[in-house]
Design a protein around this ligand. Sequence first.
Ligand code: AMP
Length: 215
Amino acid sequence: MKIILLGPPGGGKGTQSKLLVSKFNIPQISTGDILRDHVRNKSELGIKANSYMQNGELVPDNLILNMIKFRLKEDDCKSGYILDGFPRTIPQAEGLDNILENLNQKLDKIVVLDVKDKDIIERMSGRRMHIESGRVYHIKFNPPKNEGLDDITNEKLTIRKDDQPETVKKRLMIYHETTKPLIEYYTSKNIVSSINGNKSIEDIHAEIITKIKNV
Ligand code: AMP
């Protein structure tokens, strides 16, 4: 099963991807998570990507496509994957089409999580992250067992720099201008399902399962 979760930043793609990972035993490929790993390890890519990320801007397409090309060739991707936060631009979607053609693969479904900007702003301001693992919590909607601490390691949770309000507004603007046109791009391929992303985590998960069960 090869699916893309598409939606605004902070719209629940990461949370839903992780639920799908446990259910279907296929990897979540989050370009945001991979980039954050590179930044942490101060790799050449991490150094190039860091300033874009801190400013809430998109990392250039060629860097992202190169990263994805290698990731999709790894063994764990053979029986499928969930793309989370990629593609984010039309050139990335076209680049993905080329990569998939070379791998003789095709996408099964694009699930769009539809969430209004004002709800995104509320969600992001409450988002807390365990940086090492990528586990994401929300002070209201998905709180950790102990306030401010990761459930598994008990380490401190942090607010991502790019979740600050001004950066969030900029990321939403970029989403509307640059990423949303992908819905039309994939609609023409007849593989898009939209979901109201303003429901509980469990309800959204159940709806995603319904949409993808026949792929
Ligand atoms: P995310 O965790 O998916 O919200 O990504 C965090 C940041 O990483 C974004 O604001 C971008 O700066 C960068 N990023 C992640 N995925 C992509 C992508 N597909 N294209 C360009 N930049 C990306």
